[in-house]
Write a protein that binds this ligand. Structure first.
Ligand code: URA
Length: 211
């Protein structure tokens, strides 16, 4: 299956760390560390078109106009709680970025997204948004987050995840075809509970050792 507006980041270091994360024997501390490492590598690709501003400096030998990243115009939006696992690494390489959190949980019976928290930088209309959530499963949380964020008229939105199911990609692209998706892998399908197969289990639980 091929999708438009989707980038799969196949770098061997990303794939290696992802394989370690999938292993059910990997403890939370290592799981968090691998995700942090992957997020740095994903960010490198996702931030390829970062806005640059020129600044006058002096080298020891001559004045020069140098390119600088305008990190302030980037807002990283974490879909709680697993999004924080990706957020921390990306924030390390773009520390001036602003940060927002959207709390959405999946109702386990209906698999529908329910919002319980929304705090983002304002105003958002000057910002390019990077929305992060490790697992794009049904797509319901991402779809709801995008709809809510679009009300604040950001300049652009990208979505970054670690693993995506074809069902989630299709659903997100149907509702938000303008949002480019970046992922490290596309897995086979969802199971009846809406988990990605073969996947890595519940990303939030594995990050924070809650189960
Ligand atoms: N959320 C998870 O944490 N894991 C899945 O497989 C699907 C959604």
């Amino acid at each position: 299956m091929s999708f438009k507006n989707l980038t799969v980041i196949k770098h061997p270091l990303v794939q290696h760390k992802l394989s370690l994360m999938r292993d059910k024997r990997t403890p939370s501390a290592l799981f968090r560390d691998y995700l942090r490492g992957i997020s740095l590598l994903l960010a490198y690709e996702v931030l390829r078109d970062l806005p640059i501003k020129y600044q006058e400096i002096e080298t020891p030998l001559a004045p020069m106009k140098v390119p600088m990243v305008d990190g302030n115009r980037i807002a990283l939006i974490s879909i709680l709680r697993a999004g924080n696992g990706l957020l921390d690494g990306i924030l390390e390489i773009i520390p001036d970025a602003r940060v927002g959190h959207v709390g959405i949980y999946r109702d386990h019976k209906t698999l529908k997204a329910v919002e319980y928290y929304f705090k983002v930088p304002t105003p958002l209309d000057e910002c390019d948004l990077i929305v992060v959530d490790p697992m794009l499963a049904t797509g319901n949380s991402a779809i709801a987050a995008m709809a809510r964020l679009k009300q604040l008229k950001p300049k652009s939105i990208k979505f970054v995840c670690l693993l995506a199911a074809p069902e989630g990609i299709q659903a997100l692209q149907k509702e938000h075809p303008d949002v480019p998706i970046f992922t490290a892998a596309i897995d086979e399908c969802l199971n009846q509970q809406g988990y990605i197969l073969p996947g890595l289990g519940d990303a939030g639980d594995r990050l924070y050792g809650t189960r």
